[in-house]
Design a protein around this ligand. Structure first.
Ligand SMILES: C[S@@+](CC[C@H](N)C(=O)[O-])C[C@H]1O[C@@H](n2cnc3c(N)ncnc32)[C@H](O)[C@@H]1O
Length: 398
């Protein structure tokens, strides 16, 4: 499968009423994208109205994405995708009757989703969430591909003011500046892989880790956020003890609430920075999931983790798939989204203190991770690709 040139609107639009010959495999990311590093043979002529129209189409397509994002957030928040899941083709009136909502509002929302190809509709009157779509939009608890939870309301204007100011000062915003909403969105965005892949797929691939967890050992999740990885492990391995370390007050509160709700006696959350993980703590497994690139001093965090780990222990790092070269990163069809996350969240956090490393969302490539690990005194480094479309995993040992 190839992705069309985004700067060129398709000459003919495919008939949206005709289903594709074969349904896409929802577990497989697009196989290839065109090589974006190859410049076009000739640069577009600025006097060519067609070239300007194509560029305008490109820009407006991002505005459309913003609007569709809000439709997805509303659908998730109001339970619309969940209500549509398995319901077959439904009219706005039928959906309104089931949910106690207004049919006129639902018709506009349903048509917007059909126009965005998120719902199927032949006539703009009856709308269906396909089983493929349900895995991405409705089935949070059972689908690795669930994505709707990542779509929040528009950013707080005061937060955007602070981001604009950061371009002047160079100093970013700590995670807590994103408020409770930021923790919640991260929890839902990263939750599926932690809940559904960590125990069955990832832990068994690590040398000796599953046996130690089953027998009972001490584990730390550093930068644990809402604790989704921590609680998945704590439920699966009740003989082991789990410590979460987290800098954000909002995340600590959320993690403690989740641990209490799940009634897990073997988990404790500390409001403490990664650099302060205690020396000699005796951990046999330390996780840093999606957070080294957010830290102002990942080098000090790595050194503290090394000092806290037993000689036979394992440090498991999860980081965004990325490359040392621009050309390599340009092959990622979601690169612009990741750079947007970096400005609004990851790089901002990593620059939120003087001297911050500022690695950002795509800053921890395999070579950067290996360098950090070796500098901190680790000897062994192995890359795992679990076909998580967004992340690679690094198994690091003394
Ligand atoms: C993208 S979130 C990931 C959370 C969690 N690991 C997960 O996978 O859901 C990054 C987290 O790193 C935390 N963080 C950033 N710098 C930190 C530091 N120096 N020490 C501890 N936590 C830190 C942030 O507060 C945030 O909760």
């Amino acid at each position: 499968m190839t992705t069309p040139d985004p700067t060129t609107p398709p000459a003919t639009t495919p008939d949206p009423t005709t289903p594709p010959a074969t349904a896409p495999d929802p577990t497989t990311p697009p196989a290839t994208t065109p090589d974006p590093t190859t410049p076009p043979a000739t640069a577009p002529d600025p006097a060519d109205p067609e070239a300007v129209a194509r560029f305008a189409f490109l820009v407006w397509s991002y505005k459309q994405g913003e609007m569709v994002s809000l439709l997805v957030h509303l659908g998730d928040r109001l339970g619309l995708y969940r209500a549509l899941d398995g319901a077959g083709p439904v009219t706005p009136d039928e959906l309104a009757g089931r949910l106690g909502l207004h049919p006129r509002w639902l018709r506009e929302w349903l048509r917007g989703n059909a126009a965005a190809d998120l719902l199927a509709s032949d006539d703009g009157e009856r709308f269906e969430l396909t089983p493929v779509g349900a895995q991405v939009l409705a089935r949070e608890e059972e689908s690795l591909r669930f994505a709707a939870g990542a779509f929040g309301p528009p950013a707080d204007p005061a937060l955007v003011d602070d981001l604009a100011e950061a371009f002047r000062t160079g100093v970013g915003l700590a995670y807590d500046r994103q408020g409770e909403q930021g923790v919640h969105r991260t929890e839902r965005m990263l939750g599926p892989w932690a809940r559904l892949a960590l125990v069955p797929t990832i832990v068994p691939a690590l040398d000796g880790v599953a046996d130690r967890l089953l027998a009972g050992t001490l584990v730390a999740d550093v930068g644990c956020g809402a604790g989704v990885a921590l609680t998945a492990l704590a439920e699966a391995y009740p003989a082991s003890t789990f410590h979460g370390y987290e800098l954000s007050r909002h995340a600590v509160d959320r993690a403690r609430t989740r641990v209490a709700e799940l009634g897990l006696p073997n988990v404790e959350i500390f409001h403490r920075r990664a650099e302060e993980v205690p020396e000699g703590a005796g951990y046999s497994l330390v996780l840093t999931f999606d957070c080294l690139h957010d830290m102002t001093r990942p080098d000090l965090a790595a050194a503290a983790i090394r000092r806290s780990l037993r000689a036979e222990g394992t440090w498991l790092v999860k980081e965004i798939r990325c490359d040392d070269s621009w050309a390599g990163n340009r092959r990622n069809p979601m690169l612009a989204m990741f750079l947007g996350f970096s400005i609004t969240s990851c790089m901002s956090s990593a620059l939120s203190e003087p001297g911050g490393a500022g690695l950002g969302t795509i800053g921890v490539t395999p070579s950067v991770a290996e360098h950090l690990a070796r500098q901190a005194g680790f000897g062994r480094f192995r890359v795992h690709d679990f076909e998580d479309p967004a992340n690679l995993y690094y198994e690091i040992r003394p």
